[in-house]
Design a protein around this ligand. Sequence first.
Ligand SMILES: Cc1cc2nc3c(=O)[nH]c(=O)nc-3n(C[C@H](O)[C@H](O)[C@H](O)COP(=O)(O)OP(=O)(O)OC[C@H]3O[C@@H](n4cnc5c(N)ncnc54)[C@H](O)[C@@H]3O)c2cc1C
Length: 314
Amino acid sequence: MLDVIIVGGGPAGMSAALTLGRAQRTVLLLDSGEGRNAAADAVHNFITHDGTPPQTLRDLGHENLRHYPTVRTAAIAADSVRRLSDDHFEVGLADGELVESRRLLLATGLRDELPDLQGVEALWGKSAFHCPYCHGFEASGSRIAVLGAAPDRVRLALHLSRFTEDIVLCTGGASLEPVMQSVLEANGVAVHCSPLARLEHEGTLLRRIAFDDGSSIDRDAVFIKTTLRQRADFAERLGCDGFPDGCIEVNEFAQTSVAGVYAAGDMARRATVPIPLAAVVAAAASGTVAGSVIDQDLVGVDFKLPNPFASGRA
Ligand SMILES: Cc1cc2nc3c(=O)[nH]c(=O)nc-3n(C[C@H](O)[C@H](O)[C@H](O)COP(=O)(O)OP(=O)(O)OC[C@H]3O[C@@H](n4cnc5c(N)ncnc54)[C@H](O)[C@@H]3O)c2cc1C
């Protein structure tokens, strides 16, 4: 029986494995190798690693983990998860092997469902972005478009107007409240209301946005809204509470509503956080918290001591 099985080996899962390895816990870290930012050339906004390719960061993580003999990593997907008791979990691997542990940490991340728009797939992570903190700086001074008409799109267009003088909000056929239109225009954001036809590109470089009415505008970068989905449904299957947007609810100690089940990284957030705040360094930090809290949980059980984090959930 292992101390902990971690499902998901992105920044959250690897950081938790590091903490648990340093605590000399027996850990199995399972990873199917589909990190959320895999399409991007570089990880930004991570102090000491700004500009590092995502795969390099993962390789560095594995290099760190090799130092800890109680941590085993496996490049394989988990297929099933069963909670046999508060202290006993069984995880089925894609090759049919069954592994057991005292605690379970889910760090399976989210995936981005792209909008149904010709060209967007080829550009994702290269010229089509979702996050101003990950990609805004690199798009500075270029010709930017934001797609959509919802209030959060208007807000993003205004936000990005600080990065460039050439920015347009493409509403995709929707009309905007006159007051919104005036605020955008007063801040140098042009508005284009024709329905979208496609993103025209050469390889991974955006060239222009074409509209149904035959017009087009030359652009270098486009900010889109993706639909976030859990990459795996284990938390849901185990009965963990979640939010209407599909994110799993945890407290500040990475505890889900189900005893013994922890969650970290993009897939989970606290109720006080209104929307997912996804970042590599934040995912890594939540993995560190989860690793420490799980270790303290096991110290409590083994030495019959109170768990200092028991006040949280389940
Ligand atoms: C295009 C793009 C660019 C980004 N750029 C940046 C950036 O520059 N800076 C930044 O800070 N953030 C960036 N982000 C956000 C960042 O990618 C995430 O916040 C971060 O990856 C979350 O880490 P995580 O460990 O929670 O999940 P992930 O990194 O997604 O890792 C989850 C892991 O779990 C594995 N997994 C899933 N299901 C299973 C299963 N059944 N069995 C085994 N393993 C499984 C997956 O294969 C994956 O490796 C970007 C996101 C996107 C979409």
